[in-house]
Design a protein around this ligand. Structure first.
Ligand code: SF4
Ligand code: SF4
Length: 71
């Protein structure tokens, strides 16, 4: 069975660079419509069911704003 994961994004740490969005092979991540308190539009989870817990998003994030939990 394929791995399942749950990415959790810390909106206040996120600077909206979207490296994580580009790194996700299964298009789990997108951009939030609402800015955080710094005025950045953070990444958000748009399709949780597709997460395979590969860890790419958490590896590329320069701000350590994503934690991936294996389910
Ligand atoms: S890589 Fe990190 S800082 Fe950049 S958008 Fe994703 S969560 Fe935010
Ligand atoms: S762990 Fe992998 S599949 Fe899951 S959101 Fe991050 S990059 Fe996408």
């Amino acid at each position: 069975m394929a791995n399942k994961g749950k990415p959790v994004i810390d909106r206040e740490r996120c600077k909206g660079c979207l490296l994580c969005v580009r790194s996700c092979p299964t298009k789990v991540l997108g951009v939030d419509d609402e800015p955080n308190s710094w005025g950045y539009y953070p990444a958000k989870v748009v399709d949780l069911d597709k997460c395979i817990a590969c860890g790419n998003c958490n590896t590329v994030c320069p701000d350590v704003a994503i934690t991936v939990y294996k389910l």
